[in-house]
Design a protein. Structure first.
Length: 596
């Protein structure tokens, strides 16, 4: 199982890759940027360092008010409808009624009235001990920027804006302060550089002696990938970069060749079929819900049943982290352990005494995680974008004069004119045709730019390095939000052959921290058995939720560390000097996956 580079028609213009001795893992830095957490480390490390992927920048007088939800992004207001929580609870109850416990007995529902009555009587106790949590209270002499966990503990009203440079698995571009592409890339550079220096003890000036592995989403935005590669090679100064998709890294980390990779992260859920280290493009699905949405659903259900910590506010950084911990402590997907129970939890606020509460919990501990099978419970309805890759036009892009969309248009126009619709000749690349000069190609680009309709102009605010204007036309496939089990079946259905479909059903690899709940393996197996056509129901299924008995949150990182040191990956590295000379088309030449 070896990653194979996707060859391009103009490969003759690109220098030959390095094919010497394998690189040492101690000189390779593996970077896995997530929406909530950044994982990085040397390829020789057993586990990566994990830090909150957040940055705080000191406000300037000219800054407009800016606020980003701390760790719980929620859903768009237009996706919310009255009674959606109750509708989701009913769906979760139906699923629980239909499922049997390990003993074969039906689920026994707990009475909400008992939970509500107890929680209404529960009062706060103040313990005679300090919380041990302290605010980070920067002085005027402190640096302009604070990153990672310290940024989360900044004292309120301390004069900083909090930025999360990634949301829902993509760059966090928006119209507010710090939302332009240049601002987001600058934030990433600062976070990554400081983390590498602080945790890996590599000074920025020495990065020229190191190589970097960048893990990108399966359904990526190619322009975001270009910006990140440029960040690593040009801004940070790494000597070379190797780019790979999350799902491919995951199967290397799990030690399997072929699998349907189910990645449930903090803010996104992605399903991708991978065969022999290569992603099957049409199978990629990505939805904007994840572990944080389960946390929000759990909180809403706690409120419905009179949560005794009534001051809790998910928009507060402290309470957001508290709710994440509460979910991890109490939530599960084990029907045998679904019963009325009394729990104790503590609230720790900076520089205060500890608050202690008694809490009665019932079925909500199981219902909230079941939101991945009932998106209504997570507050998500209407439509969402299934990230099946589409071409996007960036007008007059000097970095990639032969971008895929342009080539497709020229192929169609010249093919129909010259061959009368001959499909074989239409597939030829105009950049390979010696009869077509460079000036003709550039003229075609200009003509296409003037004739394209339906473009959208996005203007970024001028801050943190100035704004930029991009024109982009994107085609996105819209479909109803799919539950996790439905998304798995939909992805596998898009495989080309019956044999490949059976292979994917035989090995389902679950990674990410969004569904790290006891019992998730049994629920997935049960839900898939109910959805699959009869001919597939008897197929053996290996649902791997803890590959190699490790942490599923680090599976992709571990796989990337393994791949970086393989002999077969040497030709996939992109050097800094050749990147500066050849730019984006070098990425399209060297990437082990098809840059679309």
């Amino acid at each position: 199982m070896s990653p194979t580079p996707a060859k391009r028609p103009y490969s003759a213009t690109v220098p030959e890759p390095f094919t010497g001795e394998p690189f040492q893992g101690t000189t390779i830095v593996v970077i896995h940027p997530g929406s909530a957490y950044l994982r990085l480390g040397r390829a020789s490390d057993v586990l990566p360092v994990t830090i909150p992927h957040v940055i705080a920048r000191r406000k300037r007088r000219s800054d407009l008010p800016h606020y980003e939800d701390p760790m719980l992004p929620g859903v768009d207001s237009q996706d919310k409808t009255p009674g959606l929580l109750d509708q989701g609870i009913e769906l979760a109850e139906d699923m629980m009624w239909a499922c049997k416990t390990d003993t074969g007995s039906p689920w026994k529902q707990t009475l909400p009235e008992q939970t509500i009555a107890f929680n209404l009587r529960s009062q706060r106790s103040i313990l005679d001990e300090d919380s041990g949590v302290h605010w980070v209270n920067p002085s005027p002499q402190n640096p302009e920027v604070i990153v990672g966990e310290e940024a989360l503990y900044l004292k309120p009203n301390s004069g900083y804006n909090i930025h999360w440079p990634m949301r829902r698995g993509q760059l966090n571009l928006h119209s507010g302060v710090g939302g332009s592409i240049s601002s987001v890339v600058t934030d990433l550079e600062t976070i990554w550089t400081r983390a590498i220096q602080g945790y890996l003890e590599i000074p920025p000036k020495d990065l020229k002696h190191y190589r970097a592995v960048l893990i990108v989403p399966d359904a990526y935005n190619k322009w975001h990938v270009r910006e990140l590669v440029n960040l690593l090679l040009t801004n940070m100064g790494f000597s070379a970069v190797f780019v790979q998709q999350e799902a491919v890294c995951a199967i290397f980390g799990a030690g399997v060749c072929t699998a349907c990779v189910v990645d449930v992260g903090d803010q996104k859920t992605a399903v991708t079929c991978v065969e022999d280290g290569i992603v099957t493009p049409n199978t990629r699905l990505c939805y904007s819900y994840g572990g944080s949405d389960i946390t929000l659903a759990f909180y809403e259900m706690l409120r419905k049943y009179k949560f005794p910590y009534r001051e809790c506010d998910p928009r507060s950084r402290m309470d957001a982290m508290f709710l994440q911990n509460l979910k991890e402590q109490f939530c599960h997907m084990d029907l045998d352990n679904c019963k009325l129970q009394t729990q104790v939890f503590k609230v720790k606020h900076p520089q205060q005494k500890i608050w202690e509460y008694f809490l009665k919990l019932g079925d909500e501990c199981v219902m909230a995680p079941l939101g991945v099978f009932a998106p209504e419970l997570l507050g998500i309805v209407a439509t969402a974008t299934a990230a099946v890759q589409r071409q996007a036009r960036f007008y007059a892009d000097a970095h990639d004069p032969f971008d895929g969309d342009y080539l497709e248009q020229v192929q169609r126009r010249r093919g129909m004119k010259d061959t009368g619709g001959d499909a074989t000749k239409q597939d030829a690349d105009p950049a390979d045709d010696p009869s077509i000069s460079q000036s003709q190609l550039e003229d075609d680009i200009a003509n296409d730019d003037q004739s394209n309709l339906g473009s959208v102009t996005r203007e970024a605010p001028e801050e943190q390095g100035g704004g930029e204007v991009e024109k982009v036309e994107e085609e996105q496939e819209q479909e109803q939000v799919l539950a996790l089990d439905q998304a798995i079946v939909r992805s596998i259905e898009r495989c080309d052959s019956e044999d490949l479909k059976r292979k994917m059903l035989n090995t389902i690899l679950v990674i990410g921290g969004g569904v790290m709940f006891q019992g998730v393996q049994q629920w997935l197996n049960y839900r898939l058995s109910a959805l699959l056509p009869p001919k597939y129901r008897q197929e053996p299924r290996d649902i791997m939720t803890e590959p190699k008995e490790g942490d599923p949150r680090t599976t992709s990182w571990k796989g990337a560390a393994v791949m970086a040191c393989l002999d077969t990956a040497q030709e996939l590295w992109i050097g800094r000097k050749e990147w500066q000379h050849f730019g984006y088309r070098l990425l399209r030449e060297r990437a082990s996956f098809l840059i679309e």
